[in-house]
Design a protein around this ligand. Structure first.
Ligand SMILES: Nc1ncnc2c1ncn2[C@@H]1O[C@H](COP(=O)(O)OP(=O)(O)OP(=O)(O)O)[C@@H](O)[C@H]1O
Length: 475
């Protein structure tokens, strides 16, 4: 059993390591992390790697890296510990065996020898007649002796859970409200595959119960699994968690996201230079409402007001513009050191040693992605030769005398920006745009950009003089 105190909220993220996680998976992880964090509970990572064909260790590593990068740390589960482990389903087969035996002993399950072809024909016929596909119970009536004979003869068998007909399974979904399912529309379902491994319904439900998960928040793709899991847990006399199903996220064309298709992967965003806080704020509002829709919140602030009652029921669609909005907000929060860490990989070779933090702090307001910093590194530290056309026209308009005065003024002011511009004003009579635009063009080759005071300090008096000097020749 779990090592959590009674009444502690325990949520979990239970991905299959079959690809890199996308915005849909990550939002599910985020909502679970926010929910438990807001209630001082615990968040768990469980690895659902029962499919040996598709599960890969490299994907497990990458999904943990992505979660940690987002700041979604788990207190229980794989690599975090807890006394309900192991937390990789591939290492829990002995536990599933035990629970298979219990179901079998109580007569809740039976072996099914139907071939894949028969089941496919059955499903096709049911669909053609407008019925929901479900097992027709062909093997449910085999006598014990018949079933044993077939098993002993080595006939491949799955094991099915015996669903009681004409009952209703009801539960209160803490996102969607009351739910009801009729058991005769469900049909006996597979809990154990022919190779002895558990089917999703089984291992997922048994693990939630044994691991003390109190709230299961997962995509709507699992809604119809829930009545099956409730029946299983009841038959096994295990505790049931509360369930909440989230609307799925579609890509901008309306198609479903899938690990297999590799769309909207968290690591793609990371590689492009999106900040974790931007993604967190974006995802927290994908289907969930906060009162201050436009304020960037920390993870704790997101958790404090997270409320499943504020989750909408309509599918949410990925919106690149919204994510960009949060990216700008998150970049604006970075200090010099953080900004440098963020952009270093893109510009380290283009920024002189010793100037990194000052550069990062200065140009941060002009960047949305690290690649934008590269352009500024070029403008501030390269030769600016040839001078960009947008700057040349401003320089020509201001005339040679303006830059000669600016040079004179620089000699006496040094890198004291205020005295420098005051002196130029005195010497030339220029003010406002007429004063600042040519200075900006001369020092940065651009008509807009970072604070000029900072530019002057960053490039230094000598380089500023060299640039102004060149303008006296261009003008
Ligand atoms: N498009 C989506 N929007 C929101 N949640 C999703 C989406 N796709 C999957 N999830 C949720 O992510 C969690 C992890 O699921 P899982 O690892 O099976 O991901 P998956 O993307 O469905 O994988 P695969 O493509 O391999 O089937 C589940 O709770 C699932 O409901």
């Amino acid at each position: 059993m779990s090592d959590t105190a009674p009444n502690t909220t325990v949520t979990r993220f239970a991905p299959s390591p079959t690809g890199h996680i996308h915005v849909g998976n990550a939002r599910t992880a985020l909502f679970n992390a926010l929910f438990s964090r807001g209630r001082s509970g615990q968040f768990m990572l469980r690895v659902e790697d029962t499919d040996p064909e598709r599960s890969r260790d490299e994907f497990l590593q990458s999904l943990m890296e992505d979660l940690r990068w987002l700041g979604l740390n788990w207190q229980l589960g794989h690599e975090a510990g807890g006394d309900a482990g192991p937390y990789r389903q591939s290492q829990r087969q002995y536990i599933y065996e035990d629970y298979f035996q219990r179901l079998q002993a109580a007569g809740h399950s039976y072996p099914c020898f139907c071939s894949r072809e028969r089941l496919e024909r059955l499903r096709a016929a049911q669909r053609a007649s407008g019925q929901p596909p479900r097992y027709d119970g062909a093997c449910a009536g085999l006598s014990e002796a018949e079933a044993r004979g077939k098993l002993e003869a080595g006939e491949p068998a799955t094991w099915r859970f015996r669903v009681k007909a004409y009952e209703t399974v009801s539960f209160e979904d803490f996102v969607r409200g009351p739910q009801q399912f009729r058991t005769d529309e469900i049909g006996d379902f597979v809990i154990r595959r022919t190779d002895g491994t558990p089917a999703f319904f089984f291992s997922n439900a048994v693990d939630d119960a044994l691991m003390g998960v109190t709230h299961v928040m997962r995509g709507e793709d699992h809604l119809t699994n829930t009545p099956r899991q409730l029946m299983l847990l009841k038959a096994l006399d295990l505790l049931t968690p509360e369930y909440g199903h989230l609307p799925l996220i579609a890509d901008s064309d309306g198609g479903p996201l899938s690990k297999r298709a590799g769309s909207l992967g968290i690591r793609q965003f990371r590689d492009e230079g999106y900040l974790p806080l931007a993604l967190l704020n974006y995802m927290a509002r994908l289907g969930h409402r906060y009162d201050d829709e436009e304020r960037l919140r920390s993870l704790d602030e997101l958790a404090a007001d997270f409320d499943p009652g504020r989750i909408g029921k309509a599918p949410a669609r990925y919106d690149a513009g919204q994510l960009l909005y949060w990216q700008k907000q998150a970049v604006a929060r970075l200090n010099g050191e953080e900004a440098w860490q963020w952009m270093a990989a893109a510009v380290a070779d283009a920024v002189p040693p010793g100037k990194a933090r000052a550069f990062a702090e200065l140009i941060r307001p002009n960047c949305v992605f690290p690649r934008d910093a590269r352009d500024w590194a070029h403008r501030l530290f390269d030769d600016l030769d040839p001078m960009p056309a947008e700057a040349v026209s401003v320089i020509e308009e201001s005339g040679r005398e303006f830059f000669e005065s600016a040079l004179d003024a620089l000699e006496s002011a040094g890198t004291d920006y205020q005295s420098w511009v005051d002196r130029i004003r005195q010497l030339t009579g220029a003010k406002g745009k007429k004063l600042f635009l040519p200075l900006r063009a001369a020092l940065t080759g651009s008509r807009s950009g970072p604070d000029l005071d900072g530019v002057l300090r960053l490039i230094g008096q000598h380089e500023a003089a060299r640039r102004l000097e060149r303008c006296t020749r261009l003008a």
